[in-house]
Write a new protein. Structure first.
Length: 107
């Protein structure tokens, strides 16, 4: 939810006053037709803690975080700490899969 909240704030700050032209939204994790909803959510986030949000708003933030693709959505950025955690997680996952594969299919 933290990532979704960060992405929501960043995107609304950048695109909030632009016309809903698809060109502006190609590199955004928020589609033009959802911007108004995220504007309201970003404003709500200024006054409310994440755990106090409604289930629907929490789900919206999780959906945004899962929709985010760093190579495609260049309008907003992953926090550096999260980038490192993802890279470390991928390396651990690859290592674990390699070990399992070697055990099941030895050369």
């Amino acid at each position: 939810m933290n990532l979704g909240a960060d992405l929501s704030r960043q995107t609304v700050d950048i695109l909030g006053n632009l016309p809903p032209d698809e060109v502006f939204f190609q590199q955004s994790p928020i589609p033009a037709d959802e911007l108004e909803d995220y504007k309201l959510l970003a404003e709500h986030l200024r006054k409310t803690k994440l755990h106090q949000l409604s289930a629907a708003d929490q789900e919206k933030l999780l959906e945004l975080a899962l929709r985010f693709t760093p190579g495609r959505h260049k309008m907003a950025a992953l926090p550096e700490v999260l980038q490192k955690l993802i890279l470390e997680g991928r390396a651990l996952f690859r290592e674990k899969i390699s070990k399992r594969t070697r055990r099941r299919y030895p050369l």
